[in-house]
Design a protein around this ligand. Structure first.
Ligand code: FES
Ligand code: FES
Length: 286
């Protein structure tokens, strides 16, 4: 069986041959033709290249042939036809390889072998969930597809938009960047768990009053993030916008809010109202 390295080098060679043939259409001299024919070792091509070699000029039998001189048009055409045929032949196995189904790989018993689903217990919004999931399942997918808590949104699925923000033991994280099995024994809070039994949380109310959303796709993540943002500020945590990180910040300015909420992107651009809502919630809880 061929290794991938051999197959790749063969494909590369055939590709180069196609390029060479195309190039030769514009600049075919006896020298380049003979070099290509020698490199490819194709008899018909060598014959055609030899036919392109210029005949010595009358009266100059001892002079070496001028390799850069223009070959005759019929000879040039014959060489190009031979090269094109060789390229087509070279490509045939490639086309066949593309149409042939890949052999089924033998069962992988090594590090890449699939790992069976396993029981995982998660505490979400104060309730125990007994899930049966593969270890590779992200917390985001576990929440949405296994626990049926679809309030947490999947935006980018790569840690860039913040739509999937949830709280784990009170700290905000991107649920798309962590595996569910890593959070057994921790307290997970999603947007469904922010409200009290009978009333929305302060930050939820502020978002409604400030109309801090348009399509609402980013809002669950914004709400979880804002909840943790206020808790972090109350705990004296500094941010990149804090003027003096050695002193405890006393005022949650708009610049602080913007910086602390910068991990949550809103494609609708509702930022002005989101900042106002966080400010209101902070004032209400101060
Ligand atoms: S979906 Fe997780 S950061 Fe975008
Ligand atoms: S409200 Fe639409 S993405 Fe934020």
């Amino acid at each position: 069986m061929k290794s991938h390295g051999v197959a790749a080098s063969e494909l590369l060679q055939r590709r180069l041959l196609h390029i060479e043939v195309r190039t030769l259409r514009y600049a075919t001299t006896a020298q380049t033709a003979s070099r290509l024919a020698r490199a490819l070792a194709i008899p018909s091509l060598m014959e055609a290249a030899n036919a392109m070699s210029p005949t010595p000029r009358p009266g100059h039998h001892d002079a070496p042939p001028d390799a850069s001189s223009e070959p005759t048009e019929p000879a040039r055409r014959r060489f190009l036809q031979s090269a094109a045929a060789a390229a087509a032949l070279g490509a045939a196995p490639h086309l066949h390889a593309q149409n042939t189904p890949e052999p089924t790989p033998a069962a992988d018993t090594g590090a890449n072998a699939p790992v069976p689903a396993q029981p995982v217990r998660l505490n979400i919004n104060g309730r125990e969930y007994a899930l049966h999931i593969e270890p590779r399942v992200t917390l985001l997918d576990a929440l949405r597809d296994y626990a049926q808590l679809t309030g947490t949104k999947k935006g980018c699925d790569r840690g860039q938009c913040g739509a999937c923000t949830v709280l784990v033991d009170g700290r905000r994280i991107n649920a798309c960047l962590t595996l569910a099995v890593m959070h057994e024994g921790q307290r997970i809070t999603t947007v469904e768990g922010l409200a009290g039994a009978t009333a929305p949380s302060t930050i939820q109310r502020a978002f409604v009053e400030r109309d801090a959303l348009q399509c609402g796709f980013c809002t669950p993540g914004q709400l979880c993030s804002a909840t943790a943002c206020l808790a972090e500020f109350a705990a004296g945590t500094a941010s990149a916008a804090t003027a003096d990180v050695r002193a405890r910040a006393t005022e949650l300015s708009d610049a602080e809010i913007r910086e602390r909420m910068s991990g949550n992107i809103c494609r609708c651009g509702a930022y002005a109202n989101i900042v106002a809502a966080v400010r209101d919630a902070h004032s209400a809880s101060a």
